[in-house]
Design a protein around this ligand. Structure first.
Ligand SMILES: N[C@@H](CCC(=O)N[C@@H](CS)C(=O)NCC(=O)O)C(=O)O
Length: 205
């Protein structure tokens, strides 16, 4: 197998932290792409990932997985311990719900805010829309207040233990650097949770 990834990009980082938490990042065969240089739009990469997205995981049987969560599901099946996605149907569904909430209501909004509002993204995001950037910013601010409230009621995003939903929120918070958004400075529960995440060796840069 081969994992195609890029550094400092949120979706590849979700997979990287997932594999670091499982202790298998170093041993996973990898190829690094540079998004700014548009490696992901070259014909040889589009043959692997037709939408031109990273990450992508090429399997030995010729199949390719894209979608960071699907790639994580595959690794979870190969390396069940430590469990990060749920032990039974009920827990798997709850973790998926929280993970998707973080991804769709927060991480994607940071992406929309950045890609539509930052001059450095003009080449990648055509057309850019300043108005859409503003809307995404408002949604991101609202969503993070919701997750701050959640972390006041629960030690981890999906419940009583660390899961993939914490990885996604950790990645999304870090990604906020591109729009200089540091919501933990105004949200105490988020700040306390973030300190615990930063202390985890698996979430080290
Ligand atoms: N839903 C996909 C999203 C993948 C994605 O958008 N990756 C970004 C990097 S974080 C990318 O490839 N961007 C390049 C582009 O849009 O041109 C996933 O979960 O993997």
């Amino acid at each position: 197998m081969k994992l195609h990834y890029a550094m400092m990009a949120p979706n590849p980082d979700r997979v990287r932290y997932f594999l670091q938490e499982k202790g298998i990042w170093e041993q996973t065969p990898k190829a690094e792409l540079n998004i700014i240089k548009q490696d992901h739009r070259k014909p040889e990469y589009l043959a692997i990932s037709p939408l031109g997205h990273v990450p992508a995981l090429e399997l030995d049987d010729g199949a390719t997985l894209t979608e960071s969560r699907a790639i994580c599901s595959y690794f979870e099946s190969l390396h069940p311990e430590p469990n990060l996605m749920g032990l039974d149907g009920r827990e798997r569904a709850i973790i998926e719900m929280w993970d998707r909430r973080v991804e769709l209501s927060y991480m994607s909004q940071i992406a929309g805010w950045f890609r539509n509002g930052h001059p450095a993204m003009a080449e990648l995001e055509k057309p850019q829309s300043a108005e859409w950037s503003e809307i995404c910013q408002g949604r991101a601010r609202k969503a993070i207040a919701f997750f701050n409230e959640r972390l006041g009621a629960s030690p981890y995003v999906a419940g009583q233990r660390f899961t993939i939903a914490d990885i996604t929120l950790h990645v999304a918070l870090g990604f906020g650097r591109v729009v200089k958004f540091r919501p933990w400075e105004e949200h105490a529960n988020l700040n306390e949770w973030r300190d615990r995440m930063i202390a985890r060796p698996g979430l080290a840069k």
